[in-house]
Design a protein around this ligand. Sequence first.
Ligand code: SAH
Length: 252
Amino acid sequence: MQHALEQLAIVMVHTSHPGNIGSAARAMKTMGLHDLRLVCPTRFNSPETRALASGADDILEQAQHFDTLPAALADRQRVIGTSARAERSLRWPQMNARQCGEFVVSQSPPQKTAIVFGRERTGLTNKELEYCQSLVHIPMAFDFFSLNIAAAIQIVCYECMMSARTQIPAEAGPAPDTRQEPAATTENLESFYQHLEQALIDVRYLDPDNPRLLMRRLRRLFGRTLLSQSEINILRGMLSAFQGRKFTSRSS
Ligand code: SAH
């Protein structure tokens, strides 16, 4: 199903080698993806970028630039992080690249999805992973190794394309989301999490001096469900009521 690939963005965070951006553009183009988003690359427009893009110049030209990761994700309804390591302390639901391709393509209706790739040396920070609802780890022969970032992008894009090509008929796939309401975007979700955190502080459930992992756990909880925009409005209305305030969807 072509539609799912059209809704898929590849986000590269703080990429330091311009050649990797060119190789990533080529990897995307060969697999039929076009939405590349760059968050603060160290260098972008170098001869190396163009050389390694090798004909995927249109992807580079259309690539959008952002100062922060939440800005790059603002319109996204599903965000998948990538990790060179199989384990993180507080685990996000984890997929391999094949499962990721199946997940992206099987969303019914298709959701605006982003797959986020980290820095060459250090990957994504825990703070950045908090914007993600799940993680992809491509299994490797040795745990102490990592893939080149463009190679990781190639594998993930390949799996998404293959999944789109071989997609099972809709009636045999997962039950479609019948709510007929748009799913919340990262922007909606981040406003909700800020509101939730403040409300929990107001009622003294959350100690800002000792927050522990509460917000991360709550993000994981809500991340398991595809909240719609109107469900977010209900939750925020409830939070405002607990706070003794009035919430309208425009008051965020
Ligand atoms: N030492 C870093 C390695 C980062 S590799 C770390 O442990 O995080 C740079 C980026 O390439 C990663 O952030 C991820 O986006 C991608 N990548 C590399 N190997 C990967 C793998 N096996 N699975 C998924 N993504 C991988």
